[in-house]
Each structure stands twice: as structure tokens, then as C-alpha cells.
Design a protein around this ligand. Structure first.
Ligand SMILES: C[S@@+](CC[C@H](N)C(=O)[O-])C[C@H]1O[C@@H](n2cnc3c(N)ncnc32)[C@H](O)[C@@H]1O
Length: 380
């Protein structure tokens, strides 16, 4: 591996956001950036690793590879894991969790790879100290990631801990909320320049609006979070971390335009208000209980991003009519807005009656979606 001052890292993300994340990492000063499948590899030092956790809006995890080896069966995997001196990284008093991702002819089950890795680590401690560290899935001291591509095994430390989409502002679960990192990805993909209004007229629990607001005010998404994996590492540098957090606070900028979310459901608006309060955005966003049909956007134009129901629970003619209503309303009331809409329902999207200017494929959980742009001009 490279020397300690500069090392390779892998940032994981959602399908379709690799280039957006690569751009975020570039802006943070990362080098040797390569967009991969649902991930971006890059090089940098410990400071950059901390910064990536604090600032990246579209990253899910920042992994620090510590060892690479070749294995085609579980015994070689076990030996490879045991050739790492785990006592340098953790103590038998600590807890651990192992995540794994496998894309290989030689290993079929990622769960089994995780189990074998865990065994190799705890056996090493047991052999040396006659005591084994315990497994703790939710909040371990050390989270380890094993990635196997064919016979290439990469063992990494997960510097993030829990997934970075868990910003810390969403405690209550609304129906079908968007993942926060995906919502931030929509905002960045829309190329909104922050020089105009931002609206989400079907905002649900407010995820897209909150991510847009964090971006608008240049608030680091990690600044709301309570903890990161690297804070429990033996080499954690608290002064460096405090300095980066202070710099992030100093970089918050004013925002002059309107950020408006609305939804037909008063329960959803209640969740959205609570989430906005937890994200420290009170007074910075407007949240209204209003149907899309009766809502009018702020004057001056801007960007609209909407994640309407996909229609799994509606009859086909109802969902077709609903999407037609959305298209008609865009034409009637949204001149001056770039309207973006994400949906997995490709047939319903055709019922908008509008030609997409841009189409991007993304995954919302298991659903393949289209994220489409409809620039709305006066006179439609
Ligand atoms: C898929 S959810 C949006 C989830 C949201 N992006 C989040 O992260 O929580 C769709 C939302 O559209 C709202 N909705 C459905 N019909 C509506 C209408 N006619 N006007 C306004 N909102 C509507 C629902 O109440 C629901 O909150």
C-alpha cells in the first residue's frame, strides 16, 4: 500500500451518482479520481478522509483499504484475513462488524464471506490473548468491509461507521421517503446554481427540500451527524477533526431566494417540519400543507424537483390521470421553472404530455427510475 500520508480510498454511492460524487471529491482536493460502479476511488490523506465524510452529499461510505490479496476459496480467505495484525487496529475489548460485497465465481454468498472474515479476526485475538472481541452490528468500534471481485479480496476499514445518508435529521419514518444521499444527488444533478428559488410540491417528509437547503446554505451534511466510524479508531486526530468542523461552520453562506416544500398530507408536512427543525433549518425553509393542484410557486422561477407517487397502489387510469394533471399544472403555473421529476413508472411519465429535455437513470432502492428534466417556458 501507499505511504500513510496519501492512500487510496473508495467512496460508495448509489447507481447513477458516481460522476456527481467524483465531482464532489474533486472539489475537496482528492486525486486520482476514478468513477466505478456505485463507487468512486480516489487518493488523499487522513484530512481528506475526514473531509469526505463531513462534506460529501452523495457518498454512503468512505472505505480505507488496508490489505489486498487473492483468494479462490474460504481457507485462503481466512488465512489472508489472519495475515493482518488486527491488534494494531483494535483491542479485544472492542466490538466489530463485518460487511461484505461479493461479485465472484469463487464465492457465492456475501454473508458467508463476512462470517469467515469475522471468524479469522476473533480467532486471531483468541489465539493471542485467550479472549475474543464481540460482534456488534449497530454501533461497533470497528466496521470492516470485505469486497471480493472474482479472486481479488480487498479488506477495508469503514471510516463512516453507519451509512452517511443517515444525516441525523430524520427520526420519524414517513411513507416512501427518499434516501438522503439520493435526494442530494437529485439536487446536484439538476445543476441548480442557487441563484433562484427551489420548490418540491410533493415533498413528503421533506428530504429533497432539506438536502437542497443544506446545499443552498453550504451546510456540510455531516455537520448534523453525531458520530463517524473513524472517531473510534486508534489513530483518531480530534484536533484535526475539530478544525475541519470549525472550517465547515465558517463556510456557511447566506441564501437569498425561497425554499418551499408542500404536500397534500398534513401528517407528512408535520414530519417535514420536524426534520427541518432537526436539520437546523427552521426559518430557512417554508413548508405548507397544500395540494399540488392549488399550490403556486414563488415568483421569479427556479428549480422544481418532485418525487410523486409511482402508482403501485393506484389503478392504471388513476395514475395516468394523476401524471396528466402534473403535466398540465407544470404548463399552467410553472413558467420560468426547470421541473425535474423522478419516477419508476415509465408509462405514467409519458402521460405528462411533455418532452423530457434530459433523462437520467437512477435507482431508488430496488426500483429503476428515470429522473427527467422539463424546462417550462411561458406560453406552453
Ligand atoms: C413518494 S412520496 C414523496 C416522498 C418524499 N420525497 C420524502 O422523501 O419523504 C409522494 C408524496 O406526494 C404526496 N402527494 C400525493 N398526491 C399529492 C397532491 N395531489 N398534491 C400534493 N402532494 C401529493 C404524498 O402525500 C406523498 O407525501
Amino acid at each position: 500500500m501507499e505511504n500513510e500520508s496519501n492512500f487510496t480510498m473508495t467512496a460508495k454511492t448509489h447507481f447513477g451518482l458516481e460522476n456527481v460524487l467524483a465531482e464532489e471529491l474533486k472539489n475537496l482536493g482528492a486525486n486520482n479520481i476514478k468513477a466505478l460502479n456505485r463507487a468512486v476511488s480516489f487518493t488523499g490523506n487522513t484530512e481528506l478522509m475526514y473531509k469526505a465524510n463531513l462534506h460529501c452529499r452523495t457518498a454512503l461510505r468512505i472505505l480505507k483499504p488496508i490489505y489486498k490479496f487473492t483468494a479462490r476459496n474460504e481457507n485462503v480467505l481466512y488465512d489472508g484475513i489472519q495475515s493482518i495484525d488486527w491488534n494494531k487496529l483494535m483491542s479485544f475489548k472492542n466490538t466489530l462488524a463485518v460487511d461484505s460485497a461479493v461479485n465472484s465465481r469463487f464465492f457465492n454468498h456475501s454473508q458467508y464471506v463476512a462470517l469467515k472474515t469475522k471468524d479469522a479476526i476473533v480467532d486471531q485475538f483468541r489465539d493471542k490473548f485467550s479472549i475474543r472481541p464481540s460482534v456488534e452490528l449497530d454501533d461497533p468500534t470497528i466496521r470492516i468491509n470485505v469486497h471480493i471481485s472474482e479472486d481479488e479480496c480487498t479488506v477495508s476499514l469503514d471510516s463512516s461507521g453507519s451509512s452517511l445518508h443517515k444525516r441525523g435529521y430524520r427520526l420519524e419514518k414517513n411513507e416512501a421517503p427518499l434516501n438522503e444521499a439520493l435526494a442530494a444527488g437529485l439536487v446536484l444533478l439538476s445543476s441548480w446554481d442557487k441563484k433562484s428559488n427551489f420548490v418540491d410540491p410533493m415533498c413528503g417528509s421533506g428530504t429533497i427540500l432539506i438536502e437542497a437547503a443544506l446545499f443552498a446554505y453550504n451546510i456540510a451534511p455531516g455537520s448534523i451527524r453525531k458520530s463517524f466510524g473513524f472517531q473510534k479508531w486508534r489513530d483518531f486526530q480530534p484536533e484535526l477533526w475539530d478544525k475541519l468542523c470549525q472550517e465547515a461552520t465558517d463556510q456557511i453562506t447566506p441564501f437569498e431566494h425561497k425554499l418551499v416544500g408542500s404536500d397534500i398530507s398534513s401528517e407528512s408536512i408535520g414530519y417535514a417540519k420536524n426534520n427541518a427543525r432537526l436539520a437546523k433549518l427552521e426559518g430557512k425553509v417554508t413548508l405548507l400543507r397544500k395540494s399540488f393542484e392549488e399550490q403556486t410557486p414563488p415568483e421569479g422561477g427556479g428549480v422544481l424537483i418532485m418525487n410523486p407517487p409511482y402508482g403501485e397502489r393506484l389503478k392504471e387510469e388513476d395514475i395516468d390521470g394523476f401524471y396528466k394533471m402534473i403535466g398540465d399544472r407544470f404548463k399552467a403555473a410553472y413558467a420560468g421553472y426547470d421541473a425535474w421529476l423522478i419516477s419508476s413508472n415509465k408509462d405514467a411519465l409519458k402521460k405528462l404530455g411533455l418532452h423530457p429535455y434530459k433523462k437520467i437513470t437512477l435507482h431508488n432502492g430496488p426500483l429503476e427510475c428515470k429522473f427527467q428534466k422539463f424546462p417550462m417556458y411561458a406560453g406552453f
